[in-house]
Design a protein. Structure first.
Length: 263
């Protein structure tokens, strides 16, 4: 049970959605730094291409951009077709693409629910459904395929902000992950990371204005660092995480217990 073999992802084929920046970029960087071949996909084609180029240069793994608007069914199909054209197997799928929306209850738009439930939940199902055959082929190499869905502590405990569609979509994602785990084992594991605050476009306004206060409210007294989420993904993707499935794992600096302590 040597450490390097327990947490090794060298040579594995990975897809990280929303990998052009933010949390997705942190995750993709963790895989490429450990020798994986990583495909990243996001709507921002420029960010996607720039991140792929930089991560490949940093190595030792490789990062390849497949820009796509994953809120659209046909774009999910295109990404899957591109992967199938390039690779005979997919070892790891990280569903990270997502959006949020905050607005007063009285004016909260119906369109926000449609947008967020589609991208944050429905398209996770779409990509998973379409990629199961490629993930299942990992069995031929003696590898258990991995699906890691990026959820949120807001899907566990109600947030203070008026982000109704976001919290509802993340709670739905957590349940979807558990449901899928019961159908896809033993050839594929499915787990969710319930993230606390990390530096991302989604959190930019909050952290630019309230990072110190937010950090002080947490038991660990800081927001998440890139290595925190990357390490969790590496664990779940490697031999060390092979017997973990159907779980929602908080990567949150103690956010959930701090919230519970205040109730």
């Amino acid at each position: 049970m040597e450490i390097n073999s327990l947490f090794d992802v060298k040579g594995k084929i990975v897809l990280v959605t929303g990998g052009g920046r933010g949390v997705g970029e942190m995750i993709a960087a963790g895989y490429t730094a450990n020798g994986a071949k990583v495909y990243i996909s996001s709507r921002d084609a420029k960010a996607c291409e720039e991140t792929a180029k930089r991560l490949t240069k940093e190595g030792p793994g490789e990062c390849i951009a497949i820009p796509a608007d994953l809120s659209k069914y046909e774009e999910c199909e295109r990404v899957v077709a591109e992967l199938e054209k390039r690779e005979k197997v997919l070892h790891i799928l990280v569903n990270n693409s997502g959006a949020t929306w905050g607005e007063d209850l009285s004016t909260y738009p119906d369109s926000a629910f449609s947008k967020l439930m589609t991208l944050n939940v429905q398209r996770v199902f779409t990509l998973t459904q379409k990629l199961v055959p490629l993930l299942s082929k990992a069995q031929e190499e003696g590898f258990v395929g991995r699906i890691i869905n990026i959820g949120s502590i807001n899907g566990v405990n109600p947030p203070g902000l008026e982000t109704y569609a976001y919290s509802a979509s993340k709670a739905a994602l957590h349940q979807l992950s558990k449901h899928l785990s019961t159908r896809l084992g033993p050839s594929i594991t499915v787990n969710t990371l319930a993230l606390g605050p990390f530096r991302s476009k989604m959190m930019k306004f909050t952290l630019d204005n309230f990072e110190r206060e937010l950090a002080e409210s947490l038991p660990m007294k800081r927001i998440g660092a890139p290595g925190d989420v990357a390490a969790a993904c590496l664990w779940l993707s490697s031999k060390g995480g092979e017997w973990v499935t159907g779980t929602v794992i908080p990567i949150d600096g103690g956010s959930l217990v701090a919230t519970q302590a205040k109730l």
